[in-house]
Design a protein around this ligand. Structure first.
Ligand SMILES: *Cc1c(COP(=O)(O)O)cnc(C)c1O
Length: 375
């Protein structure tokens, strides 16, 4: 079986550097908030032109921390795409606020600004909730339409979070999502484009005040010293060992993004006359967390690929507004027709920075076999 994500090739490339970095942490023994954590925070902020980074325990905590810092709670509406990973919306009820689902665009699968505007108008008309925050997602690695979404958020007096767990490192017109967002969040889950060897996450901000409040929330609501608690917080830190690993991975990340784009270009050349290949927003550079195509008869396609030794994955077979846990929450005016449709059709092919042309040719051959059999 061809690997779906090949972490072993990346490991082979930098094994010596990672092992040495971990050994340094074991030698100094500062496992919690050791010097590597601050060093990594600074490097990550520099990488995507943010003023500050708060490293934390995972990409879900990374999303809730800005909501906590802004005092989002009961009576607030937080607008999220329906077609995303559950974590995007999950943090909203955590703080007592209400997620309102937004439809996505049929070409990029990212938040549809027109659906967002309709949903905000609907919430204002209903008069029960206050539109407070938009969480845009860089689904499968490509930037959301930040110029339009940020303009809507600003006009409506709302905050904007860029959930860049899949798209960290992506750009639009040469700018990172942080250029438009009040906070950018990411996850270092191992399979994400920038992953560690366990769980980890980060929240980026340009605000000194938001940074200070989020840091406090992430360490039990700490005040001026360790045993001064000024707010109800949580414990959400990135381990020093993971920070040490991430410093080595970040050093090759720009190169890996280039390689991922080369892989995506080759896939497009090999596949675009057979299946619907991805569309990236004009001016956008994706980090290609996933290479997602559309097919009719997806289950038969997946079985055919499996028989040919090619793993596939379905992100996401059920949009959030249809999930048991989220069904009761409002959907934006205009409905979720695109999310409902693409959730039935999308399927992702192996994707990582070390996927070479001969292996891609084998994958394309398997796709060709399926298309031919159907013709
Ligand atoms: C992975 C992911 C998260 C959550 O990250 P964890 O580190 O697993 O908590 C949030 N949003 C999106 C879009 C993701 O893909």
């Amino acid at each position: 079986m061809i690997p779906f994500i090949d972490l072993a090739s990346q490991r082979a490339r930098i094994a010596g550097r990672i092992d040495a970095a971990v050994a340094r942490v074991l030698a100094h023994g500062q496992y919690i908030l050791g010097p590597e954590v601050r060093a990594f925070e600074q490097q990550l902020a520099a990488f995507c032109a943010a003023k500050h980074t708060l490293a934390n325990a995972n990409g879900t905590d990374a999303l809730v921390l800005p909501l906590m810092a802004w005092g989002v709670g009961p009576g607030d509406a937080v607008f999220c795409p329906a077609f995303t990973f559950a974590a995007t919306a999950e943090v909203v009820p955590w703080v007592g606020a209400t997620p309102v689902f937004i439809d996505v665009l049929p070409d990029t699968y990212n938040m549809d600004p027109a659906s967002l505007e309709a949903a905000i108008a609907g919430v204002r008309r209903a008069g029960k909730l206050k539109p407070s925050v938009v969480i845009a997602v860089d689904l499968f690695g490509q930037p959301a339409d930040y110029p339009r979404i940020a303009e809507i958020a600003r006009r409506e007096g709302m905050k904007l979070i860029a959930d860049s767990a899949q798209g960290f490192g992506c750009t639009l017109n040469g700018e990172h999502p942080m250029h438009w967002a009040d906070a950018t969040t990411t996850s270092f889950f191992p399979a994400k484009p920038l992953g560690c060897y366990g769980d980890g996450g980060a929240t980026l901000t340009n605000s000194d005040e938001d940074l200070a409040v989020m840091r406090s929330f992430a360490v039990h609501g700490q005040g001026t010293d360790k045993y001064d608690n000024v707010r109800i917080g949580m414990n959400s830190r990135l381990d020093t060992i993971q920070a040490a690993i991430l410093i080595e991975k970040l050093a090759i990340f720009a190169d890996e993004i280039r390689e991922r784009n080369a892989v995506a270009d080759r896939y497009r050349q090999m596949l675009s006359n057979m299946v619907k290949t991805p569309t990236v927003i004009a001016g956008g550079v994706s980090t290609w967390a996933q290479y997602t195509i559309e097919v009719d008869d997806r289950d038969r396609f997946a079985a055919h690929m499996r028989d040919a030794g090619v793993p596939t994955a379905q992100y996401y077979p059920k949009p959030l507004h249809q999930q048991t846990a989220y069904r009761a929450y409002p959907v934006g005016d205009g409905g979720m027709a695109v999310s409902d449709d693409v959730a039935k059709r999308v399927i992702s092919l192996p994707m990582h920075a070390y996927l070479d042309e001969p292996v891609q040719a084998r994958i394309a051959e398997a796709v060709r076999g399926f298309v031919r059999a159907g013709a």
